[in-house]
Every structure is written in structure tokens, then in C-alpha cells.
Ligand binder design. Structure first.
Ligand code: UN1
Length: 506
């Protein structure tokens, strides 16, 4: 794999530049391009992107509205076949996708491989569901003299707005779900990662998706995102990103005088891991390091606060600090690298300010020095902070910072309740050999995904459906059996069979 990625990177180096632009009904829109920079090497321009204009959004809507009934009528099997072809294409072109994500998003090779697999899994999972559930209505029991059938169809034009931290898996996953359910799609990628998105949309079209069924609209949230979510033609929005932006989208949708549209939102988390004295310490350390610092902590599922019992806290903290020394930080295209850069300067500034604030009220136990890498790319040393209380942590901190809180046995319930009060509910880790402890923590802390005696990131499509509650999102869970239903309209058809001379099915 290493050689193949190296070849893909070399091929990539030779290209003058990668370009991304709006793709409206298959046409790459021309315009003034601005630079896409790499988080790995600040001096390096990776490519350029032309942002969509409000007129492009309008044209894309016209085209997608016209194409939707035909796409829906094709049926689940035909739609599934195209999604499967897309999955196969991504699998076959994995090296190129890894290379683009490493340079544009700073993804390590291990993370990139997992991400391409996840994107492929999403396509196949939703394809299978479309094939199974969308071509026939379910007959329901009812009174004699009539038949009742429940069927599903697309809602119309779905808007997808995706994050830079999973610029392929979540981008393609949202699109695949909306398409599988019979919608046409207007997709807005994150501002930081238009290049991989452009590549993915071209691959969807090459896999047989008609050009008017999926449109790409890169650009800023304030302009393109706002145009997409205020438009009366939007039948629904799938969004992954911050809680604040999910609220804005909700308001935009609600302010329209057209159809009341669903929002499928997957937002932030303030994820905790609760450890008791029966936990296996080596396992705790391994899982905490992986969950907090993997992907440079840039996952909504990542561990942010570990709660340690006072009897074993010192030993575990020492183990965590030791394990942090072993982390390889640097070039994401080097297979030995564990932690790449954070996405951009703004992201790093927020982390730096957070640590400054922590220096006042908390104790910085350890911060890895990234040396001169700090000046070449947006690297940020993994940091371990001990908090006197949870009061200092109000919201999600998106990066490689792990907070520790020590607790006395009799304070445990109160501390868990304090975490619950923050209002998030995404992932939760529990390390203990007592099932009574598992049950107690689960009853105290809201979470959509609970991981017991293991790490808490990397939910597998179809196996660990993923999504949160409260400030963390609306559900239903991505990669789970109910997700597609939120993208679909249900239709109940009741027929008075006496009036047409008998049950047509008998
Ligand atoms: C996100 O980080 O935006 O389980 C969500 C996981 C991933 C998280 C994706 N599914 O780690």
C-alpha cells in the first residue's frame, strides 16, 4: 500500500494543480478561483477552487427539481446498482483518494484507508436497503373491504452539507443516503476540502449517476450554505458539523413558507470515559490515547474527558503521559505517523487559546513539543490537562487535548450528572469489569454510542450505527437501519376493494 500511495503522490505532484469548481448538471462552472492550502505544509498550495455563486445554486435547483421524479421512478434496485458501482470505483481508486486526503485534509494513511472503506460501506449499505425496501409497499392488516399499503419514495431535492474531518466518508455517505431514498442532491462540501469532494462527485457521475441528479456547490456557509437552506425548493437537509450551524440551518428551514423540511444533523460532543478501580489499566491507557489523539482529536466521537478514580488516577495519568511520548507526529503520508496536523490556522488558534485558559485554572500535565513542525504546518502537540472540576469545560474542544478529572467514589454520581448537564450526548466510554458500574454510568450520562472496555471512535457502518442526541444531533443514526427513512417520504395507500370488484391481490 505504501508504494502505491507513493506513486499516487508522485502523480499528484506532477499535476500542475488540482482544481475544483461547482458541477451544475455536469458542467464545471468557470470563475475566479482561490487557493486551497495544505495543513501539512503551509507553503504549499494543493489546488484551487471556484466557489459556487447564488445563481449556480438556483440553476442546480431547477435541474435537480426537474430530474427528481424520474430518478425516484427508477426504483431502489436501479439506484442501488449505481451506488454499488460508486463503491467499487472508490475501492479501485483508493490510492489516489488517500493521496488527496493526506495533502488536502492532513489525514494519516491509516485514517485515510479507514475513511475510504467507510465511504464504500455507506454506498453498499444504503444500496442494499434501497434494493430491499423501496421497490415494494408493505401490505398492512386492516378491516375487510379495503387494502392498506405503506410505501416509500424520495422527498424531492435534498441538500447535504458535510464536514472537513470526514471529507469523503461523510460527504459521500450523506449523498448516498439521499440518492438511495429517491432524492436528487445538491451537495456542499466543507470550505477546507473541496478537492476530494470534486473528485467524489466526478466518480459518482462516472459510475452512472445522471449529471442532473447530483450537483456540487462548493463555497462559504454564509453564501452557498445560506442559499441552499433558505431556498423554498429544499425538501430536506443532511448536515454534519457544529451545533451552532445546525441551529442556523433549522432556523432557515423553519422560516420558509414552503414545505416543512426535515433536518438530519450530526453535531458535536463532549465525550467522557468513566473508569473504575476494576478496569484494566493498560487497556484504559491504550483506548484513551487512541480515542483522544487519533485523527488529531478531530472527530466528533473523540474522547475529551477521562474520569479516573482517585486510587488509580496517578498510575493511569503516568501511563497516559508515557504513551503520549511514543506518538509520532508529522507528515501524514509517512505510514509511521500517528498524529497529523489540525485542519487550519483558525482551528489551531482555538486550541492554543484553550490551553492558555487552562493554564490559569487547571494543570497542564503534559504537552508534546512539535518543534519546528509548528512553523511549517498546522501541527499541535497532544496535550493532557487535569481539571479541578468540569466547570472549566463548557463546550467541545476539537483537537488533540485530553482532560482528566479525578473523582472520589461518593462524588461519582454528581460528576456524571454534571457532564450530562452540558447537554451533549454523542459517545461514552466505560472501563470497568462490573456490570453494575456499566449500568449506572449508562443511566446517568446520555449518549448515542456507548463503548465498554474499548476505544470509542471509528463506528463501523451497519455494525455500530452512529449518532447522538441532545446538542449532539437529531438522529437517526448514520449507517443504521432507520437513517434512510428520514430521507424518504412515506405514503399510505388505502383502496376500497369492494368498489373495484375485489382485492386486486387475491
Ligand atoms: C464526525 O467526526 O464528524 O465513529 C463523525 C466515529 C465516526 C465519527 C464521525 N463515525 O469515529
Amino acid at each position: 500500500a505504501r508504494d502505491r500511495v507513493a506513486r499516487a503522490l508522485t502523480a499528484f505532484d506532477r499535476e500542475d494543480q488540482l482544481m475544483a469548481s461547482p458541477l451544475v448538471a455536469g458542467h464545471a462552472v468557470d470563475g475566479a478561483a482561490h487557493q486551497v492550502m495544505s495543513p501539512v505544509d503551509m507553503a504549499r498550495q494543493v489546488g484551487a477552487v471556484v466557489d459556487a455563486s447564488v445563481e449556480d445554486v438556483d440553476t442546480a435547483f431547477d435541474s435537480a427539481v426537474a430530474a427528481q421524479p424520474g430518478w425516484d421512478r427508477r426504483g431502489g434496485k436501479a439506484r442501488g446498482a449505481i451506488l454499488r458501482a460508486m463503491g467499487d470505483a472508490m475501492e479501485a481508486d483508493m490510492d489516489r483518494l488517500l493521496a488527496i486526503m493526506a495533502i488536502e485534509a492532513g489525514k494519516t494513511l491509516a485514517d485515510g484507508i479507514a475513511e475510504v472503506r467507510e465511504a464504500v460501506d455507506f454506498c453498499r449499505y444504503y444500496a442494499a436497503q434501497a434494493e430491499r425496501e423501496f421497490d415494494s409497499a408493505v401490505r398492512l392488516p386492516g378491516p375487510a373491504g379495503e387494502t392498506n399499503h405503506l410505501g416509500m419514495k424520495g422527498r424531492g431535492v435534498f441538500v447535504t452539507i458535510s464536514p472537513w474531518n470526514f471529507p469523503l466518508a461523510i460527504f459521500a455517505g450523506q449523498i448516498a443516503a439521499a440518492l438511495a431514498a429517491g432524492n436528487t442532491v445538491l451537495a456542499k462540501p466543507a470550505e477546507q476540502t473541496p478537492l476530494i469532494a470534486f473528485e467524489a462527485v466526478r466518480m459518482f457521475h462516472a459510475a452512472g449517476l445522471p449529471a442532473d441528479v447530483l450537483h456540487l456547490l462548493p463555497g462559504r456557509g454564509e453564501i452557498v450554505g445560506a442559499a441552499l437552506t433558505t431556498d423554498p425548493r429544499t425538501a430536506g437537509v443532511a448536515f454534519t458539523g457544529s451545533t451552532e450551524v445546525a441551529r442556523l440551518i433549522n432556523r432557515s428551514l423553519a422560516a420558509r413558507e414552503t414545505a416543512i423540511a426535515p433536518l438530519v444533523a450530526e453535531t458535536g460532543g463532549l465525550n467522557g470515559m468513566f473508569v473504575d478501580t476494576t478496569a484494566l489499566k493498560e487497556q484504559v491507557i491504550d483506548d484513551a490515547i487512541n480515542s483522544a489523539f487519533g485523527s488529531a482529536g478531530q472527530r466528533c466521537s473523540a474522547l475529551r474527558v477521562i474520569f479516573l478514580p482517585e486510587d488509580t488516577a496517578d498510575e493511569i495519568i503516568e501511563g497516559l503521559a508515557g504513551a503520549m511520548d511514543e506518538l509520532q507526529i508529522g507528515d501524514p503520508t509517512d505510514p509511521a505517523t500517528d498524529v497529523g496536523p489540525v485542519i487550519d490556522n483558525e482551528a489551531r488558534e482555538i486550541l492554543l487559546r484553550h490551553v492558555e485558559r487552562m493554564e490559569a485554572g487547571a494543570k497542564i500535565i503534559k504537552q508534546i513539543d512539535v518543534g519546528d513542525k509548528f512553523d511549517s504546518g498546522f501541527f499541535f502537540g497532544p496535550t493532557l490537562v487535569e481539571l479541578p472540576s468540569l466547570d472549566l469545560l463548557e463546550r467541545e474542544v476539537f483537537g488533540p487535548i485530553l482532560h482528566v478529572v479525578r473523582y472520589k467514589r461518593k462524588e461519582m454520581t454528581a460528576i456524571a450528572a454534571e457532564l450530562a448537564d452540558k447537554g451533549y450526548g454523542l459517545t461514552l466510554g466505560i472501563h470497568s469489569r462490573l456490570s453494575s458500574f456499566h449500568r449506572q454510568i449508562q443511566s446517568l450520562v446520555p449518549a448515542g454510542n456507548i463503548y465498554v472496555n474499548r476505544n470509542m471512535v471509528g463506528a463501523v457502518v451497519g455494525v455500530q450505527p452512529f449518532g447522538g442526541e441532545g446538542l449532539s444531533g437529531t438522529g437517526p443514526k448514520a449507517g443504521g437501519p432507520h437513517y434512510l427513512h428520514r430521507f424518504a417520504g412515506e405514503r399510505t395507500v388505502t383502496i376500497n376493494i369492494a368498489a373495484q370488484g375485489g382485492d386486486p391481490e387475491l
